[in-house]
Design a protein around this ligand. Structure first.
Ligand code: URA
Length: 182
């Protein structure tokens, strides 16, 4: 039996429900060209209730618009973990395992054509990669009903500067070709 997405906004299935302000469900159109999946909400998202509304989101959607030619409004945006981990720590295995079925429900409901996973945690959780993002970024994955690709998390680009941004641009250029041939 699957979960009912109507219950996501009041989920208490893991300990993050005790410290979050809001469940950051995600938002965007049904059947979008692109579903963008991050790791977990940060402070701005926990307060605002929307994914990627802080500095890393600004960089991310600037790059997607510039390289892929898609505006944020055309993407469904969410995270693998829907509640903010305290002090933005990496979600634990238990938190990831507990939250993952919500993302599966969202896939089934939203039915994106293409999927972009951001950073190591999302890439492993979404595509089942066993290697790190340094190896798996830019690799095209065949999915039931579409295709996917991972790149670095924009927070890594904010920390790592030009070289990370350049790799993200190259990965997003691969994504652009997938958009054009979908
Ligand atoms: N980082 C993420 O992975 N997701 C967000 O929503 C914000 C920052």
């Amino acid at each position: 039996m699957g979960r009912n997405l109507a219950d996501l906004a009041s989920c208490t299935l893991c300990g993050l429900s005790a410290t979050r302000r809001r469940v950051v469900v995600g938002s965007g159109p049904d059947h979008p060209v692109l579903m963008v999946i991050g790791e977990a909400p940060g402070r701005a998202e926990d307060e605002g209730g929307e994914p990627f509304i802080g500095p890393s989101g600004r960089l991310l959607f600037q790059l997607i618009e510039e390289v892929v030619g898609l505006s944020r409004a055309r993407c469904f945006v969410t995270n693998v973990v829907k509640c903010r981990p305290p002090a933005n720590r990496t979600p634990t295995r238990v938190e990831l395992r507990t939250c993952r079925p919500w993302l599966s429900e969202q896939f089934a409901s939203v039915r994106p054509t293409l999927v972009l996973a951001l950073g190591n945690t999302a890439a492993r959780s979404v595509f089942g990669f066993t290697e790190g993002i340094g190896v798996t970024h830019g690799r095209v994955v065949e999915l039931a009903g579409g295709r996917g690709l991972a790149t670095y998390h924009p927070a890594a680009a904010l920390r790592g500067g030009r070289s990370v941004v350049d790799v993200m641009r190259a990965d997003l250029a691969v994504l652009k070709r997938l958009v054009e041939t979908r």
